[in-house]
Design a protein around this ligand. Structure first.
Ligand code: NDP
Ligand code: 2IT
Length: 443
């Protein structure tokens, strides 16, 4: 049994109730087989054992009072996974499905993603099983204040810097930051994704979606293809999906679908993004409202979005939203490229199916790294107490995404799997972290 297979075996035994974490770890460890074979020092130093066990897992009770005066209890989480190359960095997710498996898979992915950005940030993630849907502003504020009342002692600008993820956007970051500032009496960059008036960075809101398209563009160009004139099937209708849609349209693509957890819309004329922003960013309504603004569009309840014929698929909603059957449909209908905006939206089987059918496939830890990259730029701006203009920050983002594509493409070639950007991303992300761990002695 190789070191890698043995380690995978141990992980399966020790984390039986964490399917999402095991899925993320399996993909990364399998990619690392040729690296481990070439560099005996990683085995001797127990790098895989250390890398798959978080530095620290924090779980806490969050008590708050709803609008009816009833006491409510939720669970809060922060997993500080690895800080070899910089302070722990990663978002907070508020969603009823949140548990340690979800937070560990996200934190684990974040280690390699953050490494790929080339910026000094380690990997972490957190959140709560709190469901923001249907809550009043006051309830959201009260919950965020209570959540931060515990979290504040574990984070800080040089220690651990949370940001947004599913269910945590500008409003939540504002309430969280306000409570952090009140408790610590410090106005520092301990959270990113802040609004512009109190230390946020231009481009952060757009960065994950824009970055996704910049990386897709680099991948297509390297394979003598382009975005212009392509039909996109895009899932989700949150922060990532909205700005991915905007950039796809700006670059000459036609986006015909979007979704939320209730259903999906098909607009043969192309998604009208101003309507989506009105529904989702201003009114916080369900996506089904779209057809009342655009009567020619069609709303489908439930799943089925991946059966829409397209050239390019961008899953931007949540983990495991694209399964093997969906991949088969997409390939049958002629898809040429898939780029993940969400974290781990494609199951392992579906990923392998795309690769076996020579579909260009960009893994989330590379293609959605633009969000955390601009978060790191927000940290830099906070540290120097300055802010850069939109174009300067957008250019930096574009360069970071192009550099990520170069890195993952080169690593794939160097380790004998050219064009396999999944392996390339896992290998390139790993090498920097592993070398930093080796240099810092046993921890
Ligand atoms: P938002 O909360 O803004 O939007 C999430 C979207 O996904 C909504 O349309 C939501 O629909 C849908 N969704 C959530 N859960 C499910 C589900 N179980 N089934 C179907 N649809 C679902 O989150 P983001 O746009 O920020 O995040 C989307 C993805 O991108 C996540 O995987 C996140 O981890 C990842 N990501 C986010 C980054 C960021 O900067 N925000 C950076 C990198 C990755 P509904 O409203 O009905 O719940
Ligand atoms: O998954 C992710 O990279 C994010 N949710 C963004 C993390 C961040 O710290 O900006």
């Amino acid at each position: 049994m190789t070191y890698m297979v043995n380690q995978l075996d141990n992980l399966m035994k020790n984390n039986t109730n964490e399917p999402e974490f095991l899925q993320a770890a399996t993909e990364v460890l399998q990619s690392l087989e040729p690296v481990i074979a070439r560099h005996a020092q990683y085995r001797k130093s127990g790098i895989l054992e250390r890398l798959t066990e978080p530095d620290r897992q924090i779980k806490f009770r969050v008590s708050w009072i709803d609008d009816q005066g009833k006491i409510r209890i939720n669970r809060g989480y922060r997993v500080q996974f690895n800080n070899a190359i910089g302070p722990y960095k990663g978002g907070l997710r508020f969603h009823p499905t949140v548990n340690f498996s979800i937070i560990k898979f996200l934190g684990f992915e974040q280690i390699f993603k953050n490494s790929l950005t080339g910026l000094p940030i380690g990997g972490g993630k957190g959140g709560s099983d709190f469901d923001p849907k249907g809550k009043s502003d006051r309830e959201i504020m009260t919950f965020c204040q209570s959540f931060m009342t515990e979290l504040h002692r574990h984070i800080g600008a040089d220690t651990d810097v949370p940001a947004g993820d599913i269910g945590v956007g500008g409003r939540e970051i504002g309430y969280l930051f306000g409570q952090y500032k009140r408790l610590c009496n410090q106005h520092t960059g301990a959270l990113t994704g802040k609004s512009l008036s109190y230390g946020g960075s231009l481009v952060r809101k757009e960065s994950t979606g824009f970055g996704l398209l910049y990386l897709l563009d680099a991948m297509l160009k390297a394979n003598n293809k382009s975005i212009d004139g392509k039909i996109f099937v895009l899932s989700g209708s949150g922060n990532v999906a909205i700005y991915a849609c905007q950039k796809a349209q700006e670059m000459g693509g036609k986006v015909v679908t979007m979704s939320d957890s209730s259903g999906w819309i098909y607009d043969s004329d192309g998604i009208h993004l101003e309507v989506i922003k009105e529904i989702k960013e201003v009114k916080q309504q369900r996506l089904s409202e779209y057809i009342s603004y655009r009567p020619n569009a069609v709303y489908h309840e439930g799943k089925g979005i991946w059966s829409t014929p397209c050239d390019i698929a961008l899953p931007c909603a949540t983990q495991n939203e694209l399964q093997l059957d969906d991949a088969k449909e997409l390939v049958k209908n002629g898809v040429i490229a898939v780029a993940e905006g969400a974290n781990m939206p494609t199951s392992l089987e579906a990923t392998h199916y795309f690769q076996a059918n020579h579909i260009l496939f960009a893994p989330g830890k590379a293609s959605n790294a633009g969000g955390v990259a601009v978060s790191a730029l927000e940290m830099a701006q906070n540290s120097i107490r300055y802010s850069w203009e939109f174009n300067k920050t957008d250019l930096k983002l574009k360069k970071i995404m192009n550099d990520i594509f170069e890195k993952i493409s080169e690593s794939a070639k160097e380790y004998g799997v050219p064009g396999n950007y999944v392996d390339g991303a896992n290998i390139a992300g790993f090498l920097k972290v592993a070398d930093a761990m080796m240099a810092q002695g046993l921890f």
